[in-house]
Design a protein around this ligand. Structure first.
Ligand code: AMP
Length: 428
């Protein structure tokens, strides 16, 4: 299958060729014909799959063929692409420029955190395609610098990322301003219920396209599992970070609040760490990431969605502080290590309430993860979580003094065992 066979017109074919694209990627093969026919599209795909060209190429072609600017009046914005971050917005705008360089169509990009002057000047010169982050877009609409009245094509990119960053109200406002007669595209890497609900508000009867990114093979990564009670996870994390002394560790936390809490405790324990998640400002995330890349901070604590933007290839260690409830996420997470190196290390914590997640993960990877019993905070399955202890309704099991004694005994055994080993010179 070639781009020509997908029905792409010559000026765009020429540009794709100059980009070195010989064949369309999977998502391009699926999305381009649908979009050229004018249908709505729901794409379950993330950056790295060739997603940008999958929407940019047909949008350019549709505008070129059906809505080309004429000389009688100023250009009107025909296509709007809304994306969560400045980096993505710039990348998308550059792609439009590259694929559309022989079409005569113009695009520009707007985002917050910088003065608006330059962006306004670009807009005043007239553009056909606008790539925007939500806040700056609404700001310029309220100043009457931008109108969405002539939009024929709208793209909501990285919708899950957008919701994670708290843009839901902005998105709703933007959607309300769009003309009803338009072609809508909606992309998200994951499709939890709130995203599906949002997509239904935006799309008519969409064609659905799902493309999974190339998955790292779990076999290449050395994996280990620690059964640990929820309230002991932090202590185990600190213990592992101090004993493993890896150069770069990525810790996955299920929640944004959780990652902040972990970072606070690590810093208190003398471990340099930073959190990266959707509630952090763009600048704060960028700072954390740069410090991590430069090795100033050895531990980065991230939520799954925020971690997608982390472009670090030689992670020494990945720690799943919380197990993900979507098993494929486990494979993505551990694929963050062992890319550049022959193999990486992924350690996972599993509390009682995560055993179902563990079962699903092991089923997916068709492997039993090696269990490490020999650690100072083992959970024999009977330790209660502190929430449950305070709230009997949350507890599955009645509190038992025997079980606490069991865990304390295990901890003491671990300490004695280690002391014996140290004395005999087996560990240092
Ligand atoms: P994206 O998912 O849009 O961020 O694209 C990921 C990378 O793949 C970018 O560097 C694109 O330039 C590149 N790319 C997209 N489509 C193709 C293609 N058909 N052939 C080769 N590279 C491509």
């Amino acid at each position: 299958m070639t781009f020509k066979e997908l029905g792409i017109i010559d000026p765009i074919l020429k540009a794709l060729k100059s980009q070195g694209y010989t064949h369309p990627t999977q998502i391009q093969k699926q999305a381009i014909p649908t979009l050229l026919q004018g249908r709505d599209l729901l794409g379950c795909a993330q950056t790295g799959t060739g997603k940008t060209a999958a929407f940019a190429v047909p949008i350019l072609q549709n505008i070129y063929l059906h809505n080309r600017p004429n000389h009688r009046g100023p250009r009107k914005i025909r296509a709007l692409i809304v994306t969560p971050t400045r980096e993505l917005a710039i990348q998308i705008s550059e792609s439009f420029s590259a694929y559309g360089k022989f079409t005569g169509l113009r695009n520009t990009v707007i985002f917050g955190g910088v003065k608006q002057g330059k962006q306004v000047n670009q807009l005043k010169q007239g553009v056909d395609i606008l790539v925007a982050t939500p806040g700056r877009l609404l700001d310029l609409i309220s100043q009457k610098i931008i109108t969405l009245d002539h939009i024929k094509y709208s793209v909501l990119d990285e919708a899950d990322h957008m919701l994670d960053m708290g843009f839901i109200h902005d998105i709703r406002k933007i959607i309300a301003l769009l003309p009803t007669k338009r072609q809508s595209l909606f992309f998200s890497a994951t499709m939890p219920p709130d995203i599906v609900a949002l997509s239904k508000k935006i799309l008519g009867n969409p064609q659905k396209v799902t493309v999974k990114p190339q998955q790292a093979t779990a076999e290449r990564v050395e994996q280990a599992l620690y059964y640990v009670a929820k309230q002991d996870k932090l202590k185990l994390l600190i213990h592992l970070l101090k004993t493993k002394e890896a150069d770069s560790t990525l810790v996955f936390s299920r929640t944004k609040y959780g990652s902040d809490k972990i970072v606070k405790k690590l810093i208190k324990a003398g471990i340099e760490a930073a959190a990266i998640h959707g509630n952090k400002s763009q600048n704060a995330r960028q700072r954390a990431l740069s410090a991590f890349k430069e090795g100033k901070v050895k531990v980065l604590v991230a939520t799954d969605i925020a971690a997608r933007g982390i472009d670090v290839d030689d992670l020494a260690l990945v720690i799943n502080y919380d197990l993900p409830n979507v098993p494929e996420t486990y494979v993505h997470r551990i694929g963050r290590t062992g890319r550049a190196k022959a193999s990486g290390i992924a350690l996972s914590f599993c509390a009682q309430e995560e055993k179902t997640c563990l079962r699903d993960i092991q089923k997916l990877i068709k492997q039993k993860i090696t269990v490490i019993d020999d650690h100072p905070f083992p959970d024999d399955g009977s330790t209660q979580d502190s929430n449950a202890a305070n709230n009997p309704q949350k507890s599955n099991r009645p509190s038992s003094p025997t079980t606490h004694r069991n865990n304390n005994r295990r901890r003491k055994n671990y300490k004695h065992r280690n002391k014996r080993r140290r004395d005999s010179g087996k560990i240092n």
